[in-house]
Unconditional design. Structure first.
Length: 83
């Protein structure tokens, strides 16, 4: 059981690094000063087809990495590993 615990710790560390890299690779969603005044063009061709682009893949990867991190940390915090 101790070996599984260390494997899960390794997965947490690796997933946290991957999550940081994915977040840093994404572009910001703010529109500069236009975003402050409420002038946001949300119905552009780019916003409608974002899921098919590299930016969409980064967003999907970020979601997957975050869910995986949450699940592994939840498993590590069960009473199975505290004893």
């Amino acid at each position: 059981m101790q070996a599984l615990k260390y494997v899960l710790y390794g997965i947490v560390a690796l997933d946290a690094i991957i999550l940081c890299v994915l977040i840093l690779m994404q572009q910001g969603k703010s529109n500069g000063l236009a975003g402050l005044s409420g002038q946001v063009d949300s119905d552009t061709y780019w916003s409608k087809n974002r899921g098919k682009s590299a930016e969409g893949a980064l967003e999907k990867g970020t979601r997957i990495a975050a869910v995986l991190l949450f699940i592994v940390i939840a498993v590590l915090n069960t009473t199975l590993f505290h004893g």
